[in-house]
Design a protein around this ligand. Structure first.
Ligand code: FAD
Ligand code: NAP
Length: 510
């Protein structure tokens, strides 16, 4: 099915080579890719050694299974026999053995909390832990919440509701001033209503089975100066509601964002346009009953089922174009999300995305990432250093900075690619540079043809120091860098050598 090259996996260009925190991945033996693992899970082999039986596992029992050839790990209360998976794990056997015979949830979450192990390891499921912890991971008690929030200078959020003849308004009081329309994600399907508000590093959930039916569409308003969010639902019948509804999972709870879990909604593919020989602009439409705006510099996860296994990877939404004259008329309520996606013919997920037909559905998570647009306020110089699709987070940053940061004198993009054909949106970048004198773009090619008379090579001190000239001495500056992990890591080191402080650098990493 896949034409897998003979080199070791992950391939040199795979973002799976290095995980967060610069943890290097080990090369896997041939025939041990994720796709090979998926095939193995479909082979009908007894991967648990229990012939399909599910058992209750005590802590004592779990501890006994701590060897490579007999290795059980508990993840989120479920116990898996991971011995058959050892050779397929991109982090290597030693990494997996760190959790042997114990609860590996934290370890797995630290590396890639978005990877759906429940789906990847379902054929290795031994059973559940006999005793579940009283408070599920991530949920804080009321006192813990109050203590933590006080320490961080936050107030506990709350919600309320009121009604008129034709509408029900759910009001969320965040008691924070930096709240905007992208701080809240609303989904309602049938009678289930879910509003997740992101408050600093926390997620506050209002999750209710509504007592009466409402129309599909709704509106969201934010009163920024008091941090109040209003979600206005239209009643289907003009009757008076006695109660809003019944609480659902995690309702009215504040959870550290890293523990909150990802919620997906199905989005429809509206269009797919060629941008370069291998990169396409995908447009997905949110369901009518969803309010979701991805903040600048943040990404979402796309989830696709490949031969029965859920595969999840991150992608950074972009705007439709860099130039206002190419902007499509904005549909009501920002219902479209655009992605620039490079298709790797031997990759796992992107060929599947490439084969999607208009009208097909893809699951899209809520936003993740630490970038805050407040970083761009008051800037005088903004330098963007991108390699390949590492350009994607720069798109919205570029658009926002040129239109909203009044103090900006200079915005430079240093764009590394292999060849001229790989440069994404080259003509738009050049038109933008002509149109706005503050903006300048420089391409550096690592494998140019002989006709290329621009810059060439890889990221280096010489290229960076020539490029990073401030508009005035000691200007307020930010430098954003994104690309393959080794590129970004090398760039950060070089930037420190060039005396950019930690606060002046923002790196986009896995
Ligand atoms: P993979 O399976 O990861 O393969 C990638 C490469 O490895 C290919 O060259 C493939 O040929 C090679 N390979 C695969 N299997 C083997 C094997 N067995 N042996 C040898 N080589 C092999 N990408 C975008 O295009 N747009 C974005 O907006 C974007 N945003 C991102 C945001 C974040 C925060 C991060 C971390 C990554 C982002 N990426 C983005 C990258 C994206 O998440 C995927 O990593 C990328 O699309 C590749 O996925 P894949 O499953 O198709 O390829
Ligand atoms: P690519 O075409 O393979 O490479 C683009 C340029 O980067 C080339 O000039 C290449 O030079 C250079 N490069 C690659 N690896 C390098 C290294 N180790 N050291 C120095 N230069 C290097 O890139 P791509 O396939 O588009 O991949 C883009 C990467 O960006 C992916 O890994 C993706 O995961 C990541 N990404 C991250 C985010 C995020 O937010 N974190 C967002 C989008 C994309 P050579 O020809 O010499 O290799």
């Amino acid at each position: 099915m896949l034409n897998v090259p003979s080199q070791s996996f992950p391939g040199p260009s795979s973002q799976q080579r290095v995980a967060s925190g610069g943890r290097s991945k080990v090369p896997l033996k041939q025939g041990r890719s994720l796709m090979d693992w998926i095939r193995m899970t479909k082979s009908g082999k007894d991967l648990t050694g229990l012939k399909g039986r599910l058992i209750e596992v005590t802590e004592e029992e779990l501890k006994k299974h701590n060897k490579k050839d007999d290795c059980w790990i508990c993840i989120r209360g479920f116990v898996y026999n991971v011995s058959p998976y050892m050779e397929y794990h991109p982090g290597g056997e030693d990494e997996l053995m760190r959790a042997a015979g114990s609860d590996g949830t934290d370890l797995f979450d630290q590396v890639h909390r978005w990877v759906n192990y429940e789906s990847m390891l379902k054929e290795c499921l031994v059973g559940r832990m006999a005793v579940k912890p009283a408070v599920p991971k991530g949920l804080l008690s009321k006192t813990q919440v109050t203590d933590t929030l006080t320490k961080e200078g936050l107030n506990s959020p709350s919600y309320d509701w009121f009604q008129t003849d034709s509408s029900v308004t759910i009001v969320i009081y965040t008691k924070q001033k930096d709240i905007s329309l992208d701080s809240v994600i609303v989904d309602h399907q049938g009678d289930s209503f879910r509003a997740e508000t992101i408050i600093k590093d926390y997620s506050y959930l209002v999750h209710i089975a509504l007592s009466h039916e409402v129309e599909e569409d709704f509106s969201v308003r934010v009163v920024e100066n008091v941090g109040k969010i209003e979600i206005i639902l239209k009643k289907k019948e003009h009757t008076s509601w006695k109660c809003l509804g019944l609480p659902l999972e995690r309702h009215n709870l504040l959870t550290p964002k890293k523990d909150a879990g990802l919620y997906y909604r199905k989005c429809q593919l509206v269009s797919k346009e060629d941008v370069t020989h291998d990169t396409k602009l995908f447009c997905l439409m949110l369901p009518p009953c969803t309010h979701l705006q991805v903040p600048i510099g943040q990404h979402v996860y796309l989830k696709v089922t490949i031969t029965g296994t859920e595969i999840v990877k991150p992608y950074t939404p972009v705007s439709y174009s860099l130039l206002s004259e190419f902007q499509k008329p904005v549909p009501p309520n920002n219902k479209y999300i655009y992605f620039l996606i490079k298709i790797y013919p031997a990759g796992l997920l992107t060929p599947k995305l490439d084969h999607l037909q208009i009208g097909d559905f893809v699951s899209v998570s809520g936003p993740e990432g630490n970038f805050k647009k407040s970083k761009l306020q008051e800037l005088e110089d903004l330098f963007l250093v991108a390699a390949g699709t590492g350009f994607t987070p720069m798109v919205k940053i570029l658009n926002y900075a040129l239109s909203n940061v009044l103090s900006l004198r200079k915005l430079k993009l240093m764009f590394f690619n292999k060849t001229e054909d790989d440069i994404i949106w080259r003509s738009q970048l050049e038109k933008l540079a002509c149109k706005d004198k503050r903006f300048d773009v420089e391409y550096i090619l690592s494998a140019p043809t002989s006709e290329w008379n621009g810059k060439q090579g890889q990221i280096s001190p010489a290229l960076l120091s020539e490029f990073l000239k401030r508009s005035v001495e000691n200007s307020r500056v930010l430098l954003c860098i994104c690309g393959p992990t080794p590129f970004t890591e090398q760039g950060i080191e070089l930037l420190h050598d060039l005396c950019f402080s930690k606060e002046e650098i923002y790196s986009f990493t896995a």
